[in-house]
Design a protein around this ligand. Sequence first.
Ligand SMILES: Nc1ncnc2c1ncn2[C@@H]1O[C@H](COP(=O)(O)OP(=O)(O)OP(=O)(O)O)[C@@H](O)[C@H]1O
Ligand SMILES: [Mg+2]
Length: 150
Amino acid sequence: MNDFRGRLVIKIGEGSHRRVYQHPDDPGLVVKVPRKAQPSRLYNYLEWWIWQRLKGTPDEILLAPCVACAPDYSWIVMERVEITDQSFHDKNNHKDRRDWMDDIKANNCGIKDDRLVLLDYGSKRTAKRLGIPLEIRKPANSKGSRGGNR
Ligand SMILES: Nc1ncnc2c1ncn2[C@@H]1O[C@H](COP(=O)(O)OP(=O)(O)OP(=O)(O)O)[C@@H](O)[C@H]1O
Ligand SMILES: [Mg+2]
């Protein structure tokens, strides 16, 4: 599950901070890798802890779930969702918009189980609103990571 060296070959997306690959062992998952060593790991860190904070709450259905994370945030594994041109800006999705959401453009949204979800929520603004420290200060496996040790 967790040694991706030389195994990330199918790239499915890219943003300003991360490259996104199909998981080599499971096409239903993606692996997000920082474009540069620093500070891009910050966005994996933020996404991981935002997921940890919201999972188990009523708002978890608004996020593509994170599944595993490297202790140093050099990768995170997330459920793959369907790409969409909808966003939380749209009128029909407006009721699901939340204060903690940040960049809700269609590029950052997907469809999971027929619902609109965010697939990119590693955001400083969201972390601030949820009381998550804005700097990396603990390894991902200190709480809740699965398959996090290399
Ligand atoms: N869970 C996912 N399922 C399917 N596709 C995904 C998933 N996560 C990311 N992608 C694809 O990869 C692209 C880049 O991912 P993401 O937006 O997380 O990167 P980023 O570098 O944080 O982006 P930004 O430039 O918005 O900060 C997305 O726009 C989407 O097309
Ligand atoms: Mg994005």
